[in-house]
Structure formats: structure tokens, C-alpha cells
Design a protein around this ligand. Structure first.
Ligand code: COA
Ligand code: ZN
Length: 319
């Protein structure tokens, strides 16, 4: 498997939006600056949402204003409405990531409006942006809703088609609460590529039920090359009951690197950042490779075994 896979980092948006304690603005900026050196295609820096709804990201302007922009990395931001889009354009975001849910119930919980109202508001944003900044649309709860249950694939494709018709650059199909399974992902990936071959297609998984890496693998095998991940596996939507962390970026990169995919990522650097993350958020994080080390990081041979090896001559000597 030699295909190139592009990674988008969402820890400072999806990750920090649900943290119990406010992550200091300086720490957010330092983390984005460090992530910029790791090989990401995109970093979702923050969200221009209501500070009452998501107080953790109330410093969005300051963060966007003070990060160091590294050429080759796109700095995107989440936008729920026209007010958010104005703030995002003002902050010179490289991309606007508009959001709505395919599930009516989750859209009402998260954005406090019906899907049709969201679509009308986001259409207005796309018209106002008028091609000056690329627009991506994230469709939440595309693989299942924690309140409604199954979300039909055809409904996801229908909303995707409406946005494609408005000329967006990309679509992110989101598994907001980790309900997707690999067979479902494979079907979705195939259908998306058949219909929207000329759009940037990204998959966004949460590891709520331990299926995150399996779902990335299913997506890669079905030809998708763009994935969101969150450092340490932080993340979750505060308006989705039972939400928990995104698929962990460094664990996903480690898996794909081991399989021979070209992720373009600097995994050792990423692991250093992941190991510093508990110090920033004040608690342990779910990611596994930062704790275990890479599969190629070997442990010393115990002395007793070294002696046995010396007497038997060689590791492969098995008399
Ligand atoms: N940025 C800053 N403030 C905003 C805003 C934005 N994008 N959109 C609305 N507001 C403010 C309004 O100015 C108003 O402020 P006021 O009470 O001081 O007058 C207040 O928020 C309510 O505005 P209203 O238009 O009635 O929106 P709402 O209360 O129905 O909220 C959303 C709608 C979408 C703006 C809000 O629910 C939201 O930001 N949700 C965040 C969703 C999210 O990020 N979820 C997790 C990621 S998917
Ligand atoms: Zn998410």
C-alpha cells in the first residue's frame, strides 16, 4: 500500500472544545505552532461559534491572529453561521469548514436550528464568500445519530449533493459519536467517490467504540486519502450524548506508516507532542502509541536471556 494519505489535525478544535478546563490561549498557540512542523496537510485551529455555546474556544480570534503560518499547511476553522464566517474571513483562515448534521435531532441540539435552516444559512455563507476562500462542509452524524439511531446513507449523499451543487471544495463525512463500522465506511467511501470524484473527500472518525483505526483502514482501502485525527485522541461534541475522543492522530499515522503508506508525517515529533499533551490538559489521554512506543522501538534483552543466547551461540540456533 503506497498511496499518499493526507492528515488533518483537529485537537485544538474538536479536542479542546470539550475539555472541562479552559486551555490557556498561549498553550493553544504553542501547540498549533508545534503541530505545523509535523507534516499535516491541514490544521483545524479553532471554531468561530458562539462563545456562550463553546466557551473553551472563546479566544478564536487571538489564536488565529498569533499562530505562525507555515507554507504548505492550511489553517482551517469551523463555522456554523454567517456571523462565524465573517469572523473567519477577518482572521484570514485558509478554509472555512461549515458544519451541519444529517440528523435533524442532532442539528437542533448542536446548532439550535433545523437542517433546512442550517442549509439556508450555510448557502448564504457560500454565496457571501464567493470563491475567495475555499469552503469545506462537515456533515455530522453521517454514520449514525446517538439520539435518532441509523442515518441512511442516501440522506448523507443527498445533503452532500446539495452542497456540491453550491460549489464547495470539499466534504468531510463525520462519525460524531463513533457509531460507524468498517463495512459501512467502505460502502460510504465508494458511494462518495462515485458521486463526488472532483471534491476533496475527508473522513472524520471518533473512537467511541474502538472502531476508529479499523474505520480509517476501511476508508484507505476504499481509496479515501484524507482523514481527520486528534492528537492523543482527545475530542467530542458537547451536544452529542456519549461523545468521546476522535481517532488518535499518532496511532493512525503509526498504523499507516507501518503498512507502507506515505503519510508525510514526522511521527517521532508527533509522539513528543502527544507525550506533552497530558501536561497541557491536566489528565491522561487515550492515545496508545505515545505510551507503548512505536512497534519498532525495541526493549533491551534481559541479562539472563543474553547469557542463554551466548551459550546457545545464536538466536536462530534451536537445538
Ligand atoms: N460567533 C460569535 N457569536 C455568535 C455566533 C458566532 N458564530 N453566532 C451567534 N452568536 C451569538 C449571537 O451574537 C448571540 O449573542 P447575544 O446573546 O450576546 O446576543 C448569541 O450567540 C445567540 O445567537 P443566535 O443567532 O440566537 O444563535 P443561537 O443561540 O441559536 O446559537 C449557534 C446558534 C450555532 C451560533 C450556536 O449554537 C453555536 O455556536 N453552537 C456551537 C456548535 C458547536 O460548535 N458544536 C460543536 C462542534 S460541531
Ligand atoms: Zn468530531
Amino acid at each position: 500500500m503506497t498511496q499518499h494519505v493526507f492528515f488533518n489535525e483537529v485537537v485544538t478544535r474538536d479536542g479542546f472544545q470539550i475539555e472541562p478546563d479552559f486551555v490557556p490561549t498561549d498553550d493553544k498557540i504553542a501547540l498549533v505552532d508545534a503541530l505545523s512542523e509535523c507534516g499535516y496537510a491541514k490544521i483545524e485551529v479553532t471554531a468561530f461559534v458562539s462563545p456562550k455555546a463553546i466557551p473553551m474556544l472563546r479566544d478564536a480570534e487571538e489564536v488565529m491572529g498569533r499562530i505562525r503560518r507555515v507554507p504548505g499547511v492550511e489553517y482551517t476553522v469551523l463555522v456554523p453561521n454567517l456571523r462565524g464566517a465573517e469572523r473567519a474571513l477577518e482572521s484570514k483562515a485558509d478554509e472555512l469548514n461549515l458544519v451541519m448534521s444529517v440528523s435533524q435531532t442532532h442539528n437542533l441540539a448542536n446548532l439550535r436550528m433545523t437542517r433546512e435552516k442550517s442549509f439556508a444559512a450555510l448557502s448564504q455563507v457560500i454565496r457571501a464568500v464567493d470563491g475567495r476562500t475555499p469552503v469545506n462542509v462537515s456533515l455530522s452524524t453521517s454514520f449514525g445519530c446517538p439520539m435518532e439511531g441509523d442515518v441512511p446513507q442516501d440522506e448523507v449523499l443527498a445533503w452532500a449533493a446539495r452542497f456540491a451543487g453550491l460549489g464547495v471544495r470539499g466534504l468531510t463525512i463525520c462519525d460524531t459519536t463513533g457509531m460507524a463500522h468498517p463495512a459501512q465506511v467502505a460502502r460510504m467511501a465508494q458511494a462518495l467517490q462515485e458521486r463526488f470524484a472532483d471534491l476533496q473527500l475527508t473522513l472524520h472518525f471518533h473512537n467511541t467504540r474502538g472502531m476508529g483505526l479499523a474505520n480509517i483502514l476501511a476508508g484507505v482501502q476504499a481509496g479515501i486519502v484524507r482523514f481527520d485525527g486528534s492528537l492523543g485522541g482527545l475530542g467530542g461534541c458537547p451536544y452529542a450524548p456519549g461523545a468521546s475522543g476522535n481517532v488518535c492522530s499518532e496511532d493512525a499515522v503509526h498504523m499507516l506508516d507501518a503498512m507502507g503508506c506515505d503519510t508525510g508525517m514526522d511521527l517521532p515529533r508527533l509522539l513528543t507532542l502527544a507525550r506533552a499533551l497530558p501536561g497541557i490538559v491536566g489528565h491522561e489521554v487515550p492515545g496508545q502509541v505515545a505510551k507503548a512506543g512505536r512497534s519498532g522501538d525495541l526493549h533491551p534483552v534481559p541479562d539472563a536471556v543474553t547469557q542463554l543466547l551466548a551459550t546457545s551461540g545464536s538466536r536462530n540456533n534451536d537445538p
